[in-house]
Unconditional design. Structure first.
Length: 410
């Protein structure tokens, strides 16, 4: 890009505030409004950020123009280039001042210079370096501060069952629910959505295979314990309709959730997670992984292991800020099996083994199905020993999923 002269960097930022892709980069880079010099433009940026959080999308140019009497123009720079320029300006102005303070400190008390250099370096690094994590010598206080923040947050979002939450201390990083086609994966995602709504985590569920209206109705039927087949056969009684109303009102009083099926072309991992984060979500469910898009096509259409690495590696970085759970499928090699398959029989298995914080498999043999039982097993775990549970379900007389006893290894 050729050098741009007489460019007002703060005003240039305004030109990006209506663009969703620019906001994705701003969040990814950990942009801090301290980099803005103009006080009025700082206020505009903060207002636009709050609009994004509340509405789930950036303010349009006309909204910005009406709110602040602005003449919105097209940006002259790419957002990455603009952030770099803002950082370099800050370094020249504030970095020079920081060095002057260190020189003054040297004349006052040379023994304090090393500690001040570390402190100043961390401060400038957080603002000026591309987002990432660096720890090393002299960082004990910082590490303990991060630990204190972790303990204040408490257990992560729920896996949908108390027994799993007690064992794994809730969700952390990337979780993957792996099973054969039509083996309750979507139901378990709905179950987790209900539990996290009750606990106030504001879950966002993306059913990329099913319509949002059907997934939302699954949630309401499960909440009211009304058999799903009654919805499918259009025979929900008046009493059951009243149960649906009462249970929905009960959940509304305790929290909120969103179920969204975005159109094709808007299903990249950045768009899915970014939209949820901007909307204030506390956990993201994506049903299913193979429908996430990369380079304009779904993972299922690519059918290339490298694409799974690309999506899950990006998800791993995003999950530092918000836990993400995917539903995913075993491949066709499991046909005819009567026991839980290995994770290596999943589509993109190498990426799952490498990237997943936790992978749980759901499985039922033909005999287990006859007694409404399944197995929920640990297939990948970064932080805990493997443990397997009995999963009990009822979709005939009611609409429930429960954890039974722990299955001991043979």
């Amino acid at each position: 890009m050729p050098e741009l002269y007489n460019l007002d960097l703060d005003e240039e930022l305004i030109a990006h505030l209506s663009d969703s892709e620019s906001w994705l980069v701003l969040r990814e880079e950990g942009f801090n409004d301290v980099l803005i010099n103009d006080v009025e433009i700082t206020d505009i940026y903060r207002w636009a950020y709050e609009h994004l959080q509340v509405e789930g999308k950036p303010p349009s140019p006309s909204v910005l123009s009406d709110e602040f009497d602005l003449d919105i123009r097209d940006p002259e720079t790419g957002i990455h280039d603009l952030i770099h320029r803002l950082r370099m300006r800050y370094l020249k102005e504030e970095g020079r001042e920081a060095l002057k303070k260190i020189v003054d400190l040297y004349h006052e008390d040379p023994t304090k210079v090393a500690k001040e250099l570390l402190k100043t370096g961390h401060h400038l690094s957080d603002l000026l370096v591309r987002r990432g994590e660096v720890y090393g010598t002299g960082d004990l206080d910082r590490a303990m501060e991060m630990y204190a923040q972790k303990t204040q947050k408490g257990r992560g979002p729920s896996h949908g069952f108390g027994a799993l939450d007690d064992y794994f201390h809730g969700q952390n990083g990337i979780s993957i629910l792996l099973g054969p086609p039509k083996t309750w994966k979507s139901w378990l995602m709905v179950n987790g959505t209900i539990k996290n709504t009750e606990e106030g985590f504001y879950p966002w569920l993306y059913p990329l295979e099913l319509p949002a209206k059907e997934t939302d109705m699954r949630l309401r039927m499960m909440l009211a314990n009304v058999p799903w087949w009654k919805y499918m056969r259009d025979c929900i009684s008046k009493d059951e309709q009243e149960l649906l109303r009462e249970s929905s009102e009960w959940l509304d009083e305790r929290g909120a959730y969103r179920i969204i099926t975005p159109p094709q072309g808007e299903r990249s991992i950045d768009r899915l997670v970014g939209q949820a984060q901007d909307g204030g979500a506390g956990v993201v469910y994506i049903d299913q992984l193979q429908f996430v898009e990369v380079d304009g096509k779904s993972l299922g259409a690519w059918n290339e292991p490298g694409k799974y690495f690309e999506v899950l590696d990006r998800a791993r970085n995003l999950s530092d800020s918000i836990p993400i759970t995917f539903a995913h499928q075993f491949n066709r090699s499991i046909m005819g099996r009567e026991s839980m398959p290995d994770v290596k029989q999943a589509k993109g298995s190498a990426a799952i083994e490498e990237m997943a914080t936790l992978c749980l498999g759901v499985w039922a043999s033909s005999d287990m199905r006859k007694s409404n039982r399944a197995e929920l097993s640990t297939l990948v775990s970064r932080n805990y020993d493997f443990r397997n549970w009995e999963l009990l379900y009822d979709l005939t007389n009611g609409c429930t999923f429960e954890i039974g006893h722990v299955i001991e290894d043979e």
